[in-house]
Ligand binder design. Structure first.
Ligand SMILES: Cc1cc2nc3c(=O)[nH]c(=O)nc-3n(C[C@H](O)[C@H](O)[C@H](O)COP(=O)(O)OP(=O)(O)OC[C@H]3O[C@@H](n4cnc5c(N)ncnc54)[C@H](O)[C@@H]3O)c2cc1C
Length: 395
């Protein structure tokens, strides 16, 4: 077999697991020993995106891992943004950190450029938790509010400054609210303020939290959040935050010092410029073995791909717990394709969710043999941390 170049684009959860699984396949002799393995990412680090709430809630907590640390050998790392893919000629173009354009020929290309965080319109105000810079901005606004509250004579205004609204109560909104609840009360004490005056409001457009799970898990979540000082407000959409006033879909207006949007994700807009076929809503369509149709040697997994379970017709979710097994299966698919053997087919992941509820606390729900299993407290928190670490290849 000739020496091959395999390029993985994106060092997020799907990309780093793909690299690891491909290296394993090489070690096990299922792929050519001299495979040139290249990982390209815009950043020199893997961003632990699921922990973005940590730097928003506290100054501590590093949530990036240098790609060099994850792959000290055996992988060529390129810090650059892939701009186009000419699948017919098996060549991609990328722009490096200096803005220079380069071309790279590949035999196998794994596209894992992920998704981006959904943002409200600029006139809707507030700050969306989109990345590290937004997390730092949230932190700075909150500290500024506390500083002002510590010298504010009027109780009403002090209360407003110490009120935080989280708009969007998906798992990310829940985790952000819980982490803030733990961190910001300590901040208030640090400014000589009464921590009981901190008010955290979690706005949920639906009528219960965590609709992916059973109603009893939703109730448990809400009561654990309440115990940590988060008030959940159901059936309310936040429309806008302007001049310290939150406008809600119900017509109500609530004074707040800070509004954080956690609205989920949308497809990576960069995909539209790459020259690949996309679904109308902007995902890469793949077959049951993650192959991009009509483009030999091109595969896609993770948040950027539309993946359907061939057996059930169910579309795969876009979370780390989906991306990780996809990556392991993909390496087997590539090996099978190279060896002219039948490739494994995608299978949906079991029902399993972990939700962090502040430092060392969490809720885990899984359904096994038709039974709901819910674990909370420190054990829930330990399982949560373990899944976060495994997703980022940290032991
Ligand atoms: C705030 C938040 C909280 C979340 N919480 C959870 C959770 O608790 N549990 C869970 O399972 N999932 C959670 N998710 C979803 C989870 O983060 C995604 O499913 C996961 O990140 C998908 O992995 P990925 O590798 O496909 O994409 P990403 O992790 O988005 O990685 C994509 C990578 O591609 C790189 N990239 C993008 N474009 C280019 C380009 N043109 N050239 C080169 N590199 C490029 C990016 O820099 C990035 O490193 C959360 C998401 C968010 C935003």
């Amino acid at each position: 077999m000739k020496n091959l170049t395999c390029v993985v684009v994106g060092g997020g959860y799907a990309g780093i697991h793909a690299v690891q699984a491909i290296r394993k396949a090489v070690k096990e002799g299922n792929m050519p020993e001299k495979l040139r393995l290249v990982l390209i990412d815009k950043q020199p680090y893997h961003l632990r995106k699921v922990l973005l709430f940590k730097p928003a809630a506290a100054q501590t907590g590093e949530i990036t891992v240098p790609l060099e640390q994850l792959f000290p050998e055996g992988v060529e790392l390129i810090e650059a943004s892939v701009t186009s893919i000419a699948s017919a000629g098996k060549r991609l173009q990328y722009q490096d950190a200096k803005g220079l354009t380069h071309a790279l020929d590949y035999d196998i290309l794994v596209l894992t450029v992920g998704s981006i965080v959904r943002e409200p319109e600029p006139e809707q105000g507030g700050i969306a938790l989109t990345g590290l810079e937004a997390a730092a901005r949230i932190r700075a606004v909150w500290e500024g509010n506390l500083r002002q509250a510590s010298i504010e004579p009027q109780a009403e205004e002090r209360k407003r400054l110490m009120t935080i609204a989280i708009a969007g109560a998906g798992i990310s909104g829940i985790e952000t609210a819980a982490e803030l609840a733990a961190g910001v009360r300590l901040d208030a004490e640090g400014f000589g303020l009464d921590p009981k005056d901190v008010n955290i409001l979690l706005y949920n457009a639906q009528d219960r939290l965590f609709p992916q799970g059973p109603a009893k898990a939703s109730r448990k979540l809400e009561s654990l959040l309440a115990a940590s000082g988060v008030t959940t407000v159901h059936q309310r959409k936040v429309l806008q935050e302007q001049d310290g006033l939150l406008s809600l879909s119900s017509g109500e207006k609530t004074p707040v010092g800070l509004c954080i949007w956690t609205l989920g994700t949308r497809p990576n807009p960069g995909l539209r410029k790459m020259g690949l076929p996309l679904t109308p809503d902007g995902f890469v369509p793949v077959d049951g073995s993650y192959r991009v149709q009509g483009a030999q040697g091109l595969y896609s997994i993770g948040d950027c791909a539309r993946i359907i379970d061939p057996e059930t017709g169910r579309e795969d979710g876009k979370t780390c717990k989906e991306a990780t097994p996809q990556a392991a299966r993909l390496a087997k698919v590539i090996a099978a394709d190279l060896n002219g053997q039948p490739a494994p087919l995608h299978k949906s992941y079991m029902d399993f969710f972990c939700i962090g509820l502040g430092p060392q606390q969490g809720l885990v729900w899984t359904r096994q043999w038709g039974l709901d299993l819910i674990i909370t407290g420190k054990l829930g928190g330990r399982i949560r941390k373990m899944t976060w670490d495994m997703a980022s290849l940290l032991k």
